[in-house]
Ligand binder design. Sequence first.
Ligand code: ADP
Ligand code: MG
Length: 248
Amino acid sequence: MAGPVLACYDVHKSFGKRAARVDVLRGIDLSVDEHEVVALIGASGSGKSTLLRCVNLLERVDDGVIQLDGQDITDPRVNADAIRQKIGIVFQSFNLFPHMTVLDNVTLAPRRVHRRAQVEAERTALGLLERVGLADKAREYPDRLSGGQQQRVAIVRALVNSPRLMLFDEVTSALDPELVGEVLALIRDLKLDGATMLLATHEMSFARRVADRVCFLDDGVILEQGPPAQVLDDPIEPRTQQFLQQVL
Ligand code: ADP
Ligand code: MG
């Protein structure tokens, strides 16, 4: 496919009205090419989650355009459910349904949205669970799993539709430190498989290892972007330098 998988042009998003209005995204221009891994870094409140939520159509942009494979997905006439099937998203909190088994959590989306035969959905899901080393947990309930295992299930759930784009929002920040590694390793595997990913992260060493490009988000704009070594080791902007001094 020619052209980027994701392209954002001058995306704006505010919350609240008049005096209480907060301009969270103030003109985001960003593209992600096929097989590319882009890391979004930036202080808490800089707009990382809002940007990911706009891409997944969980929020509507106020201005600007977001394209997925060249299609304007911010056009109000698009079928948001159809677009969301092409975009997998994983959040900080695992958001698994506690009353459903791992397998049911993972197959929920395809059964409801695609109306695919349950058998086929389960076969895909079991294959993916196997791949992430959780096939033996398929019939367990989420509370029987560690946080790292639950987050890997959430990643499988996002993968089950073979999305064109994966979005990760600080997916390790709710995990105990000893469980972070297994989740990051899975994301690294997805990169090796050629997944196209946009991930907000506060793990600078991870961004350095997996990202092809790092974007520093500051107060709703991408202030600086480039290869990890350039942005993380040799940033141009004083604001980026300041941020990295605080987190590294
Ligand atoms: P980050 O993920 O970089 O920490 P967020 O995108 O979560 O940043 O938040 C950016 C700003 O937007 C914050 O000031 C936050 O309070 C505000 N914000 C996010 N979502 C909402 C909302 N639904 N209503 C009002 N303000 C919001
Ligand atoms: Mg956030």
